[in-house]
Design a protein. Sequence first.
Lengths: 232, 369
Amino acid sequence: MALIFRILNTGSYLCNGEAVPLADSLVGKDLRGDPVVKAAVLAAEAATSALSIIQKETFGTIAVSSGGCISHLARVIDGVRQRQPRPGYFVRGGPQTIATYVAMALGFHGPTFTMTGGREALSEAFRFSSYLIKAGLANQICIVVADQLTQPEGAAAIIIDNEIAAGIQLKLVPEIFSNSFPAEPLAGILSLTYAFQELIQASQSSTFNSLTMEPSAGATISSSKFYVVPKS
Amino acid sequence: MESFVVFADALTCLGSGKQLWHQLINGRCGLSPASEVFPEWFKDNQTMIGTLGNISEEMPRLPVILNRLAEEIWPPFFEECDLVIAGSSLGDLSGQNAGHPDRALQEFLSQTSPTMASKLRVVSSACSSGTDVLSLASLLVNGGDADVVAVMAVDSLDPGKLAQHVALKTQSPTRARPFDKQRNGTSFGEGGAVMMVANRRGLDKLQVTPLAKVAGVGFSCDALDITLPDETGWWPSKALLRALEILEPGTTEIGYINAHGSGTLANDRMEAKALALAFGDQLQNSLISSTKGAVGHLLGATGLVEAVFTVWSLLHQEVPSTVGLELLDEELVLPVVPEGSAVPRKLLAALSATFGFGGVNSAVVFTMV
């Protein structure tokens, strides 16, 4: 069964080694001093900041990470080895709190959890999103993938809902649940993000909220199995 | 929702299966002094913890716990599942899979059930992980994307992790006394639980009679602080309300609430407010208890373990007591069952609530079939 969402926006952050000034909305927020969390928050902020309608009360956050917060976790484990508890690091946990930090920084109050693993985790994040939205447990969801498997660390986020009236739709075909995503979830969501951004540019519209695109059915827009479908 | 519980069991410091339930309803406490369990790390520390026996102080614990799950509580039709959704928090803080319980779970399934290893998905939301995996599995079978889903939650308490919680003062210097006037923190523990949920096609496939029905699930996030809960109870109450909102019309009142009841000052105060906001006057018609005084706070596994207890309560029509609760904090106006034997009660519906680090809140409602 194919899953169909409307893509509201995407955002990404790939560290190039230079300091990135924080958006005003993030100044003073707890970013854990962790590169993966920071990347996740910046990507999610980039994806949501331009949206005019955010239903924060039921806005879900699902993070996906293959390797988790490697450097942060190393500090916790090193403290254990030396028998010197580092509760300041420990309390901020490992990969499980990536989603929590995004939700805290951006004020999202819907379902919040992290999935660990490769392409299967990303596929399942989309499927869980579908069911959370259908059940009315979330209206909009930010799926954010963050990793530092390869330097530099990076993250990409996609904001989806189930509205199919207008806008760019994402159709995940059944084979997406097998092997269609790249092995690393970050690569998978980045290809989706880039495809979305290409569509935005092609529309020659700078305001997504006024964008209505109806490309031909089944048009493949990237090497991954992402399709654009017309509104039904 | 069309999600039926077809298997439910847990492994804790009080054992598993019938033995565990017997101990619970008799008000037994399975906690032990840290000085006995981890003599090298906690030589003179009498803080109580809920660890499994016969695991050496220095070795990674999660592989041992997983093997005991397989030996003691493994469902006979596990291989029939379309998917395995597992929850954990940080897992071990030593060994090759330190901080990566997903890898430990993958290794375990690859060895014990290779055909199921590729069907494993791992979800983590700190201490809400166990409740969340059950809720997500129920949504999947309800939607028909899967007919039978196995749900696991597991976590370990190694001495390094306990040391962090001692430093944070979330671990009680004595023992967990949920909702008690003298409460001063929780007692962490370890173990796991396995549940299986199925839709009607799944029931036909397995040829089993369901134990209970998952009737509602709810999630919310405080989005306020990584350690302190929302002291108003507002956002935690949203998870409870959402679980109640999607109940089928005509569902009877919730007769039993298995509270998060960690025994920390902040949690129990917040939880009382959240329950009052969600249930209003109806709250006094329910019975509430926390099982953390008996088996400890099982970290990423706690939600699923307590969901198992909630299902068992429905099955046996008994509400376990709150071990450690002798004198209810008068600020908490809650109908809590104090320490002692279980209370027989006609139950048609019950709720299990979990409130994790970072203000990640989850609730699940079960009804009799």
